[in-house]
Design a protein around this ligand. Structure first.
Ligand code: SF4
Length: 408
């Protein structure tokens, strides 16, 4: 991974692509790479949605190799939500593919001179960017279907939904998983709004004909990888709890400890916890033909993700994470897994962070906009965000600690 790909969206005559040596950033990867570039190149007082901000996407140090658990990806920018340097992390296939394509980072900078929406394609021959206004305001799921028609399904995508295009402060960046579904998200900090401000809707990654990155000493690498995998498999958390119940393994434990966010953080224990616990979630998924033990990218041996099917056995969304379960569940007084899964699907489709959205709806419920426990009302509120109505734009741009009514 010896190249940094830069796309200047504000260049004269349209977006300009350059690719070069990492220079000062040599040896950095993932979170270190994204935060170093933002810290060095983005003026601290710039507007997060202005031309001086940058969005940096960087795979991990070992991404693209055969190392287990090497497929996390980091996104960095000045956050429209906090105003600070934001690092948001995701799973999905993109890190492995970018690593094989030889890129240590993608940096998107500047601001387009018009309101066209762009599609960036990166493959073995380099990168190409083209305007495509037919994808404007598509949800992530429809977008991926459309991209599949054009490029097939042996690719990987990084994309934003309508929330990112509307530059909402809760907007996420979606990464497709092994089944080419936009289920993994860099959710925190509003990175999706920065990608929206750059006018980039989707990055298509195609590593056809690219080889896996090879270690300098294959024997030592193999030995180290083997002992790492054995350690993960032997550990009760990574070898048993996470594969069986996902991150939602935490729900019962944290509720018992009295620290489970409930009814807008006003309580630490939730009466309906048994209905939304990791144990119930795994049982529900298995009974409907879903899968509670699933990797979000190739080479994951922990397999804490899963697939959630609806009552008719149709795929609805990935297994909601612990954070989604408390934010959209207990924190809104909702003890219905199907409703939480539907909220998760809508969030992924619109491209919004589930923690931010659940916390905001909890505040809205406390403010009297809906009743705690009213799942239909919570779904309607998230749909307002997708529509970009006045209320939706307030909800989609609220910080979870800021009362909704303070913005009205
Ligand atoms: S499935 Fe879980 S453990 Fe595996 S890479 Fe994804 S987030 Fe990490």
């Amino acid at each position: 991974m010896d190249k940094i790909l830069r796309i200047d969206m504000g260049a004269e005559g349209g977006p300009k692509i350059t690719s070069g040596e990492p220079g000062d950033y040599a040896g950095l990867a993932g979170r270190g790479m994204t935060s170093a570039i933002i810290s060095k190149e983005v003026p601290p007082l710039c507007h997060p949605l202005g031309e001086s901000n940058k969005i940096v996407i960087a795979p991990g140090l070992l991404s693209g190799s055969a190392a287990a658990q090497s497929g996390r990806i980091s996104v960095g920018c000045k956050s429209p939500l906090t105003g600070g340097i934001k690092e948001s992390n995701s799973g999905g296939q993109a890190a492995q593919v970018l690593g094989r394509l030889g890129y240590a980072a993608i940096v998107i900078e500047g601001k387009p001179k018009d309101d066209s929406l762009y599609k960036l394609i990166i493959n073995k021959d380099g990168a190409n960017i083209t305007p495509d206004n037919s994808i404007k305001m598509l949800g992530n799921y429809d977008l991926i279907d459309k991209i599949k028609e054009e490029f097939g399904d042996k690719i990987t995508c990084i994309s934003i939904g309508p929330a990112g295009e509307m530059k909402m402060a809760s907007a996420s960046i979606a990464f497709t998983d092994m089944e080419f579904r936009p289920t993994r998200h860099a959710g925190r900090g509003g990175a999706g709004a920065v990608m929206g401000a750059k006018g980039v809707k989707v990055i298509v990654l195609d590593d056809t004909d690219m080889k896996m990155r090879q270690p300098k000493d294959p024997d030592k690498f193999k030995k180290a990888n083997k002992s790492f995998v054995q350690g993960l498999k032997k550990h009760p958390v990574t070898g048993e709890g996470l594969p069986a119940f996902g991150t939602n393994v935490l729900t019962s434990i944290i509720n018992e400890a009295g620290a489970f966010p409930t009814n807008n953080f006003s309580k630490g224990r939730f009466d309906g916890v048994a209905k939304i616990s990791g144990e119930t979630l795994a049982e529900t998924e298995s009974s409907r033909g879903g899968n509670p033990t699933h990797g979000c990218h190739k080479g994951c041996v922990i397999q804490c993700s899963g697939t959630f099917k609806d009552k008719d056995g149709q795929f609805l969304t990935k297994q909601p994470e612990y954070e989604t379960i408390w934010a959209h569940g207990a924190n809104c007084g909702i003890d219905d897994l199907d409703a939480i899964a539907q909220l998760d699907r809508l969030d992924d489709d619109y491209g919004i962070d589930t923690i931010e959205m659940g916390a905001t709806i909890g505040v809205a419920m406390e403010a009297g906009i809906a009743e705690f426990g009213d799942a239909d009302a919570a779904i309607k509120l998230v749909k307002e965000v997708g529509k970009g109505s006045d209320l939706g734009r307030i909800l989609g741009s609220s910080h979870c600690q800021r009362p909704v009514n303070a913005c009205i």
